[in-house]
Design a protein around this ligand. Structure first.
Ligand code: SF4
Length: 651
């Protein structure tokens, strides 16, 4: 049987999947997607597939990837954005495929290098007391025990680990001793790397994919095709990945890792150093600390009252008083690296030295506004944390030259890639000129399973106080009809707080984003059926709550980016320079994609039923509202009277 026939057979009514998955239903869209992916691989072309919720897109790309890679001795990378999807692939979809292929499929999950426990650094931390607090010392001891039988992948450690600990004992290419390392034969990272070479399918996340692009394809083994799932996030992730993020606290922390005079911790007390050099280093570290304080204080002076984000348009907003002390520090550390006899300590020192240089260079790049294709800004959150940031304005050239031109077949997929059923927006933003497209509607019966309620009576969102009062009143009314079971989505935390405080809280369990970890909130939301979850940004996409617990979705406001977002400003200016109207060519399509993602949280399987309520009347009153409505499933019933919501929940 050729691959095409095997795909048709596997997805057919009595095929492989129906024998393994009790709820499997044959779906023409799923087979169509799988065949299109196979065709893209076979003929070396790029493809965008929008697969509506319920198509079963992960199996639809994973099966052709598996069969094609096995038949042609090729390797396919699957890249995802969220951990939820990555876990679904690793724990569910790929094991199913393996069983269909009689275990003849080698799959490897690759994490960022810092996620692999470095045994040398772990042992050095214990031997030299390289930890920040007693709690961290205890944590490191437990990790030591775990390392004897565990996988060495820190993401699989049974407890969540702090970033500081990961930074302390995770693999770091800057201080890795490679073959000279006494732990090389047991090294988790190099063992994993040796396995990657034998894999048919590699699973990564988008950050690692871009890190591979940044290092000119050095990190991952050679591959022939990539599937980018959750592709609606690609522009945003790439724009920030290739930018700068440097905070005053991260620089001070780096200085503490070298030496913290208060706790007397850091690397310096452990290394061989003359008294004279120690005194010199100590004075340079003080100079660096003072320079950091002075540098960020000068930036703070330029913030207006209540300003938390400041776009930087002119180079050299302040003098670079960091450059000289950081350079002095770099020189002293580099000298110590060459003198240190202990390989472990030399490695740690070398890594810190490189990090000092990265900070120096990033500050310089930031102050010079070096890249014309970037926007630069300073964030202040909360009042004592400042960060220097940049993001790319236009990623299309980067994608065209470094992704599409280098990989024979790039398949991008998501449930939301089109605006008004057109791929033009995303193709243009990602520079995907020669790219085929395929649009597959959701197989769900939206006419029967769902309803859209549009509120006409609330004030416009820009009449803030009146809008919040109206929202709270309408949400009270809706929750009575839906018996809780609702997810209320906001576009800002401020709006969430304003409305939440006004909503009556007598009848249901109320959950609020930020008051517990996301996984805990979702667990309670699923288990306590009538609970109500108030959430913002990250809950608009990627969360999966099938069943009764999410029977009502309230979208309080159309999800436009805030107008003073620095990247949005930069993109808008760039579009104007090219004679395009930013609202219609960027802000609106972007908001429509986000709106569709939010909408997609409601119906997750054929048994789900529910109502989406939109409280922002611009969707009815503004001409652009049609773009939002036209992007929703065609037969979705629309109601303007809240009695229809009552009727829906009664039937
Ligand atoms: S080889 Fe490198 S990553 Fe592995 S244990 Fe040694 S130093 Fe750490």
């Amino acid at each position: 049987m050729n691959i095409e026939d095997r795909i048709k057979q596997a997805f057919s009514k009595d095929g492989n999947f129906s024998q393994i998955l009790p709820d499997f239903e044959e779906r023409a869209e799923q087979t169509k997607m799988a065949l299109a992916v196979l065709e893209a691989f076979t003929n070396n072309h790029h493809l965008m597939v929008e697969a509506g919720t319920g198509v079963g897109k992960s199996l639809a790309y994973a099966l052709p990837a598996a069969l094609w890679s096995k038949a042609n001795k090729k390797r396919v990378v699957v890249s995802t954005y969220t951990k939820i999807l990555q876990n679904q692939l690793i724990k569910k979809d790929l094991p199913i495929l393996k069983s269909i292929l009689n275990d003849d499929l080698a799959v490897e999950v690759i994490y960022g290098q810092e996620n692999y426990l470095c045994l040398r650094r772990l042992n050095s931390s214990i031997n030299y007391g390289l930890f920040d607090t007693r709690e961290q010392a205890a944590e490191i001891d437990t990790i030591f025990e775990w390392s004897k039988s565990g996988s060495g992948i820190l993401a699989e450690y049974p407890e969540p680990l702090s970033l500081n600990t990961i930074e302390r004992i995770g693999r770091d290419s800057n201080n890795c001793l490679f073959q000279k390392c006494p732990f090389y034969d047991q090294c988790f990272y190099f063992y994993a790397k040796s396995q990657w070479q034998h894999a048919d399918i590699l699973v990564v996340n988008h950050y690692l994919f871009f890190a591979n692009v940044e290092t000119d394809y050095y990190i991952l083994p050679k591959f022939d095709a990539v599937i980018m799932d959750e592709a609606h996030r690609l522009e945003e992730i790439a724009a920030h990945f290739f930018g700068i993020e440097l905070s005053n606290l991260s620089i001070l922390r780096l200085l503490s890792l070298i030496h913290n005079p208060r706790t007397r911790r850091g690397i310096i007390p452990r290394v061989t150093i003359s008294n004279m050099k120690r005194a010199e280093l100590s004075s340079v570290l003080d100079e660096c600390r003072n320079a950091v304080t002075e540098f960020f204080a000068k930036i703070q002076c330029q913030f207006k009252q209540n300003e938390i984000k400041k776009r930087i348009r002119e180079p050299n907003i302040t003098d670079n008083n960091l450059d000289e002390p950081l350079e002095k520090l770099y020189t002293i550390l580099a000298e110590l690296v060459t003198q240190e006899q202990d390989l472990d300590l030399a490695g740690e020192l070398s890594s810190l030295t490189k990090r000092v240089e990265i900070v120096r260079q990033s500050t310089e790049r930031f102050l010079n506004l070096e890249d014309k294709n970037s926007v630069y800004w300073v964030d202040m959150v909360p009042s004592d944390r400042f960060s220097l940031n940049s993001a790319l304005i236009d990623v299309s050239g980067l994608f065209a030259d470094k992704v599409f031109a280098k990989i024979p077949s790039v398949v991008m997929t998501s449930a939301t890639l089109t605006v008004n059923r057109d791929f033009g927006f995303l193709k243009q933003r990602l520079g995907a000129k020669d790219c085929k497209t395929l649009l597959l509607d959701s197989p769900f019966d939206y006419q029967r399973q769902a309803m859209l309620y549009l509120s006409e009576s609330l004030p416009l969102p820009n009449e803030e106080n009146k809008f919040y009062v109206g929202c709270a009143r309408t949400i009270d009314e809706i929750l009575k009809l839906s018996h809780g079971r609702a997810l209320i989505l906001f576009t800002s935390y401020q709006a969430l707080k304003e409305v939440y405080e006004r909503v009556k809280k007598d009848d249901f369990t109320f959950l609020v984003q930020g008051e517990a970890p996301v996984f805990k909130l979702l667990e309670t939301f699923r288990d306590d059926i009538s609970s109500v979850l108030f959430a913002t940004q990250s809950f608009w996409q990627g969360i999966d709550v099938p069943g009764e617990a999410l029977s009502c979705l309230v979208i309080t406001r159309l999800p436009f980016d805030v107008p003073d977002d620095p990247r949005l400003e930069g993109v808008a200016e760039n579009l104007k320079e090219h004679g395009l109207e930013p609202f219609y060519s960027f802000q609106l399509p972007q908001a429509v994609l986000r709106f569709r993602q939010g909408f997609g949280r409601l119906i997750r399987n054929t048994k789900d039923r529910g109502v989406v309520c939109v409280l922002d009347k611009r969707i009815i009153e503004r001409s652009y509202g049609k773009s939002f409505l036209d992007s929703l499933p065609k037969k979705l019933p629309i109601a303007f009277n809240i009695n229809a919501v009552a009727h829906f929940f009664k039937t």
